[in-house]
Design a protein around this ligand. Sequence first.
Ligand code: OGA
Ligand code: NI
Length: 220
Amino acid sequence: MVAGPFGKVALLAYIFFMTSAPFQALIDDLNSKGWHSSDSLVPPPLCEKLLRQLVKHRANHQLRKAAIGSGSQKQVEAEIRGDFIFWLDEKAPTALETNFFLWLSQLIKILDRQLMMGLCEAELHYAFYPPQTQYQKHRDVFKTKSDRKLSFVLYLNKDWGPEDGGELILFDEQNPELETARIAPQFGRLVVFLSENIYHQVNLTNRERFSVTGWLKNQL
Ligand code: OGA
Ligand code: NI
């Protein structure tokens, strides 16, 4: 744990997770209602760096229109899903991403231990919604492939106001017609939910909307 160039950071992250009340609230909420929102789980310097990296990808024209479905089912329908994405590469993180991946690996370890879902890896992408785009009500699991267990979204938008729209709407685990939460995509806010159980949507945004979206997976 203490060896290697990131030993100290890893140790601090470990202690932070093991002892923090926000982390326990995440576990409790996932068990009781299937989702959790927190403004204090991700250290702000990590969010700043991810935002810088996302802005770089955008300046380099690397963001691509997101598709719906997987494999041959893939289709691009802007009305259903309006975001542009760039997949992060865990094996080759940029200097700006290194500490975020370190943080994420601790999160996976501890969530796996507490929730016993067999979580072992993550896939994640940057997402950018231009003004007047949305993502209609859906679940994050494909019909043919369901190794996605937990979905998470980390928002990177400073000073988001009610007039900006773009809220994440979560629907009830038992009754998917019932709206249970309306969450503004505020800078540093992390939302985690059960991929298989929770229907959700992104309301029409009036402002450019930035995030990192990911899934914690188990082995199929
Ligand atoms: C998704 C998604 C929610 C959000 O990318 O599947 O539901 O708030 N994103 O960006
Ligand atoms: Ni989704």
